[in-house]
Design a protein around this ligand. Structure first.
Ligand code: FMN
Length: 183
């Protein structure tokens, strides 16, 4: 399968992007294709209109939409900011909804520097996934103290967390496979 991870911290010195790198490694290890859409690199301007409604559609955005449409499943990864998910991710969802997401299986992954792992952001994001006519995976990955779990290259440095990440990915790939097979 072909999986797309949306990494949505655009903050200087961000840490949650490590989760994207660890997920990417895990998906490759499990024998699937994966790419990361990094919202720091994409530099979407603040929402003015949905991509599908724009007269002038930038090529880079078209490429991004094509990646979304070609995905068998997506992972929305976000840090928790002020009790919710990142505004960069909401902006991205608003620009490409619903065209880019409808009917797709989408899993949530969140991270925080504290112990709670962004659970409030995770639950809110599941609701938003329903709003774009996509299917949220029941299991979420919440990563507390993410700086102690994964190094800067995406290498897992906490064995228990590694087991949790693997279980999450196995569940997500099985969930996505049901959609790919049209079940
Ligand atoms: C604007 C802002 C708001 C934050 N709000 C929360 C919060 O609501 N809950 C939490 O657990 N951590 C919060 N934090 C701490 C983040 O978990 C921590 O900074 C983390 O590294 C953010 O992810 P990032 O480095 O990928 O941007 C906040 C940090 C920032 C910068």
């Amino acid at each position: 399968m072909n999986i797309t991870i949306i990494s949505s911290s655009t903050r200087q010195g961000r840490v949650s992007h490590r989760i994207a790198l660890a997920l990417e490694r895990g998906i490759v290890r499990l024998g699937h294709e994966v790419q990361i859409i990094d919202l720091l690199a994409l530099k979407l301007p603040q929402f003015t209109e949905r991509f599908s409604h724009l007269d002038d559609q930038p090529d880079a955005w078209r490429d991004t939409l094509d990646l979304l449409l070609a995905s068998d499943g997506m992972i929305f990864l976000t840090p928790e900011y002020n009790g919710s998910f990142s505004s960069a991710l909401k902006n991205f969802i608003d620009v490409f909804a619903k065209q880019g997401f409808q009917g797709k299986p989408i899993a949530v992954a969140t991270g925080s520097s504290g112990a709670m792992g962004g659970i409030r952001a995770a639950y809110q994001l599941q609701q938003v996934i329903l709003s774009v006519s996509a299917y949220p995976q029941p299991q979420m990955l919440t990563v507390g103290k993410m700086q102690d779990r994964i190094d800067e290259k995406g290498e897992i440095i906490d064995e228990d967390f590694g087991v949790r990440l693997e279980k999450y990915l196995v569940a997500f790939l099985a969930f996505s496979a049901k959609f790919a097979q049209g079940e």
